[in-house]
Design a protein around this ligand. Sequence first.
Ligand SMILES: [Fe+2]
Ligand SMILES: [Fe+2]
Length: 147
Amino acid sequence: MAETISSFLTKDHRACDEVFAQMENEVASENWANANKKFEEFRGDLEHHFNMEEQVMFPAFEQQTGMMGGPTAMMRMEHEQMRNVVEQMKKDLDEKNKNHFFGLSESLMMIIQQHNMKEEQMLYAMADNHLGASSAQVVQKMKELER
Ligand SMILES: [Fe+2]
Ligand SMILES: [Fe+2]
């Protein structure tokens, strides 16, 4: 079966979740060197995911539908919100502040899950529907985006 925007990006959500969980495990056991490595991996994966959406998928959706201030604008705002929390988590890692880190990581997880649900249940499906046959090219362009 052909890959869709929905299947491709949903799979990437799961991959980011997995690295996030590994990062939390390293922090829980206070393996700070590994925690930092996993943090960098998570931040890189998340940023790459956001870039695939912001630089490829959202513009394709906006161009096709003419909807500039709709769901994609909201998703871009939520990305910024998540980027801010991630940067604060970095500070906690530097200070080895486990409790504060977990306060942030818990709220980040909640924001991510709500964000991903909106994308998976609404935006990705809309994008596949509106883009029709060209959604395959959008997936291809996302795959070609540098990390
Ligand atoms: Fe997103
Ligand atoms: Fe996403």
